[in-house]
Design a protein around this ligand. Structure first.
Ligand SMILES: Cc1cc2nc3c(=O)[nH]c(=O)nc-3n(C[C@H](O)[C@H](O)[C@H](O)COP(=O)(O)O)c2cc1C
Length: 326
């Protein structure tokens, strides 16, 4: 799978997830071979004013490459300036958000609001295309109508304006995360445009990813929520693509993943902030396991790295003692 001059080793992409896909988590999924990682969305205005928080969102390193950084905004000149700032920070791809449905974003004309304004969408794409030399992608939804008509319009504009690939999450803006992603819209867009298409939405298992390839003809799959509990999903998809069995994520692996994430968070955010962030985050890894509520409660108070490790060790010992180490 190529995005402009960039070749991905695997046709798998980590979806941008605000609050989650920062450097520590991106490094974790990269350890399982994810073809390309994406940053969480960053405000173009915030970028040109260069606040310390925004600067930290641009930090990258060679182990996570290739990295796509997503920006959002509604002013072509601001988006252009922000995108060249992103390129200068070392991003391999700039991605424009056309999918965010949150009121705070759409009321500024950004995110999925742009899917209703093809003229402005085109002006933004052209301005960003001229401002950068790295590949450019956009991430869209179906639009505002379930049939995907607006997605088709924006995809055609993007293709004509030199965008190198499109990612589509086929839910409407009004749907948020309700209902199901309509993969037939992915197929429709794939049949209509020549540039690579990345399919997204409701891939919960490695088998779902294979189904999406088969049903839609997409060039790569993008996975979001499922990665939060199972970053290993990328390796599992790659196994299936190579005709091998997908190794299950057993409890021992989940324990290892939690410890790795704690260390990566502390390295990047410092102990205090990392612990605050991890209090809710670690619970994702024990979803569905026995006595996971107890574990969640214990990590909800952590303030230091050793405390986090102790909570994980205590839970692992409990599972082992009760012969629950499946
Ligand atoms: C917590 C959360 C944060 C998200 N943040 C972003 C974002 O910053 N930019 C974006 O384009 N999409 C964002 N999304 C949408 C995802 O990238 C993805 O399109 C959606 O979750 C569907 O894929 P999935 O079913 O694999 O999760 C977010 C979704 C969630 C659940």
């Amino acid at each position: 799978m190529n995005i402009g001059a960039l070749t991905l080793n695997y046709p798998t992409v980590l979806a941008p997830l605000a609050g989650y896909t920062h450097l520590p988590f991106r490094l974790l999924v990269k350890e399982f071979g994810c073809g390309m990682v994406c940053s969480e969305m960053i405000s173009a205005r915030g970028l040109i004013h260069a606040s310390a928080r925004t600067e930290q969102m641009l930090v990258t390193c060679k182990d996570e490459k290739p990295l796509s950084v997503q920006i959002f905004g509604s002013e072509p000149s601001v988006m252009a300036e922000a995108s060249s700032r992103v390129e200068a920070s070392g991003a391999d791809v700039v991605d424009i958000n056309f999918g965010c449905w949150v009121r705070k974003v759409i009321k500024t004309g950004a995110g999925s609001a742009l899917m209703k304004s093809p003229g402005l969408a085109q002006a933004i794409i052209k301005a960003v295309r001229q401002a950068i030399t790295v590949p450019l992608t956009i991430k869209i939804r179906s639009g505002w109508e379930p049939d995907g008509a607006q997605a088709l319009t924006i995809a055609q504009i993007a293709s004509d304006c030199g965008v190198d690939a499109i990612a589509i999450h086929p839910r409407t803006a009004q749907q948020g995360f309700k209902g199901v992603a309509d993969w037939s819209v992915i197929k429709k867009i794939k049949e209509a445009i020549a540039i690579p298409l990345i399919g997204n939405g409701d891939i919960l298992t490695p088998e779902d990813a294979i189904r999406m390839f088969d049903l839609t003809g997409c060039d790569a799959v993008m996975i979001g929520r499922a990665t939060l509990a199972n970053p290993l999903i990328f390796a599992q998809v790659h196994n299936l693509l190579q005709g091998k069995a997908a190794e299950p994520t057993d409890i021992l692996m989940r324990i290892t993943l939690m410890k790795r994430l704690v260390n990566l968070h502390v390295d990047h955010f410092g102990e205090k902030r990392a612990c605050r962030m991890l209090r809710g985050r670690l619970g994702w890894f024990v979803k569905g396991l026995p006595h996971s509520g107890k574990f969640r409660e214990s990590v909800s108070q952590i303030t230091t790295q050793p405390q986090a490790m102790t909570c994980i060790d205590v839970y692992a010992a409990f599972l082992e003692e009760h012969a629950l180490f499946l």
